[in-house]
Design a protein around this ligand. Structure first.
Ligand code: GDP
Ligand code: IMO
Ligand code: MG
Length: 423
């Protein structure tokens, strides 16, 4: 029995969906513990491509339990749409469960998210506009709506009318937006809730049962370490804790029961949205990575900013997540680049910084210190045996192992589920 966390080590989009889906073959339960439909996880199985935003990627195996736990903020409209998309592709949703205490994204959250970005202007975060931040704000401010509140019509009416009074004040007086009507929201949301009703349960009890029955539980991270509201590039972060610690509060599963933390790292870096990015490439190599790696957001379609691999970032991620093994993805995208650079430290105002700085203005002034590595020309797509990798690729992997002290146990050699090396 092994319970594992899959966590992003960078700014998201490291390939967590593919790695979770691949490893989940041996799991019994797959759990999303944080974030919302700001996430976009791509899983390619044969000819089929699945883009999942809220539903754990274990859903593609019919026999596994899939849980959207309490740490997730759920837009029921988006969830119902995603369920429909999966059903149309023949995927069964019988084993999907949603925490009764997960917070619900309401229409005003989406409006407030976009309105606040407009107000910030040039200083915007570059959010996905899905209402994630405002939903977490309401959760912490103790005025959120949870699924359990929506199950009883009278309770839903009462709770929503209380919070809507506040929300409409903010919409009108702060942002000059139109107020929303209580009955419109109730009517719309009743439709979604009726579809979801049977799936809304106390998911921490499901996890307890699975644990007692010695089942393997996988926690599928969304976002990444540098988007963590505590350990990311604040304020250019999301509003939750996508780091490993978020699993316990986000699912009601205690830390003593977790065996392994797999950190997913892309072989180069990408970032969507605003904020500092020391190794960003704005030249033709950045363009090459974006096109070859198809680096366009799954959720918003925005082009992802691309840059060289950064060792201070992976070391930071290993530390704050307690990573026990690394899954290195998209090495195949680096094929064909003659000279590959890796950032080993930063230069900040004449000083050498070996550790990742936690303050964004400092980080934006950091100049990366690089070492150069010989690239490789051989196509590595689909290789499944480590020994068959060109020596330059092995050197790249060993550099990461040496500087983190963590073994790279999984290596992505292509987008498909089977295209990987397990060492
Ligand atoms: P996630 O949000 O962490 O699940 O990652 P995304 O799905 O947003 O982005 C990762 C992209 O890289 C997806 O299009 C995957 O299909 C693709 N991908 C994952 N691993 C590999 C790999 O090893 N090689 C290549 N070429 N593509 C990969
Ligand atoms: P996955 O799970 C990449 C980024 C947004 C923005 C910031 C805040 O696919 O790796 P938010 O809407 O969360 O308030 O936006 O966080 N962001 C992601 N970037 N991958 C993600 O998820 C992301 N989820 C949020 O682009 O910069
Ligand atoms: Mg993604």
């Amino acid at each position: 029995m092994a319970n594992k966390i899959v966590v992003g080590t960078q700014w998201g989009d490291e390939g967590k969906g593919k790695i979770t889906n691949m490893l989940a073959r041996t799991a019994d339960v797959v759990v999303r513990f944080g974030g919302g439909n700001n996430a976009g996880h791509t899983v390619i199985v044969g000819e089929d491509k699945f883009e999942l935003h809220l539903i754990p990627s274990g859903i593609l195996y019919p026999e596994k339990q899939n849980i959207i736990a309490n740490g997730v903020v759920v837009d029921p409209e988006a969830l119902v749409q995603e369920m429909k998309m999966l059903e149309e592709k023949g995927v069964s949703l019988d084993n999907l469960y949603i925490s009764e205490i997960a917070h619900v994204i309401m229409p005003y959250h989406r409006i407030l998210d976009k309105a606040e970005e407009r107000r910030k202007g040039a200083g915007k975060i570059g959010t996905t506009g899905k209402g994630i931040g405002p939903a977490y704000i309401d959760k912490v401010a103790r005025r959120g709506i949870r699924f359990i509140d929506t199950l009883d019509k009278d309770r839903f009416y009462k709770k929503l009318s209380e919070t809507l009074e506040y929300q409409n004040l903010v919409l009108e007086k702060v942002y000059g937006e139109k107020p929303l009507k209580l009955t419109d929201i109730i009517n719309e949301y009743q439709t979604y809730i009726n579809i979801l009703r049977d799936k809304i349960v106390n998911t921490s009890i499901l996890l307890e049962e699975a644990y007692k029955n010695k089942k393997d539980i996988f926690f599928e991270g969304a976002q990444g370490t540098l988007l963590d509201v505590d350990y990311g590039t604040y304020p250019f972060v999301t509003s939750s804790n996508p780091t490993a610690g978020g699993v316990c509060t986000g699912s009601g599963f205690g830390p003593t029961r977790i065996d392994d933390v797999i950190g997913v790292a892309k072989a180069y870096l990408t970032r969507v949205g605003e904020g500092p990015f020391p190794t960003e490439l704005t030249d033709e190599i950045g363009e090459y990575l974006r096109e070859k790696g198809h680096e366009y957001g799954v959720t918003t379609g925005r082009p992802r900013r691309c840059g060289w691999f950064d060792l201070p970032i992976i070391k930071h991620a290993c530390r704050v997540n307690g990573i026990t093994e690394i899954a290195l993805t998209k090495l195949d995208v680096l094929t064909g680049i003659d000279e590959i650079k890796v950032c080993t430290a930063y230069e900040y105002r004449g000083e050498l910084l070996e550790e990742f700085p936690l303050e964004s203005e400092t980080l934006s002034e950091c100049k990366p210190v690089y070492i150069s590595i010989n690239g490789w020309q051989e196509d590595i797509i689909g290789i499944t045996n480590y020994e068959e990798l060109p020596v330059e690729v092995q050197n790249y992997i060993e550099l990461i192992e040496d500087s983190t002290g963590v073994r790279v146990s999984i290596i992505g050699t292509g987008p498909e589920r089977e295209e990987a090396i397990i060492r």
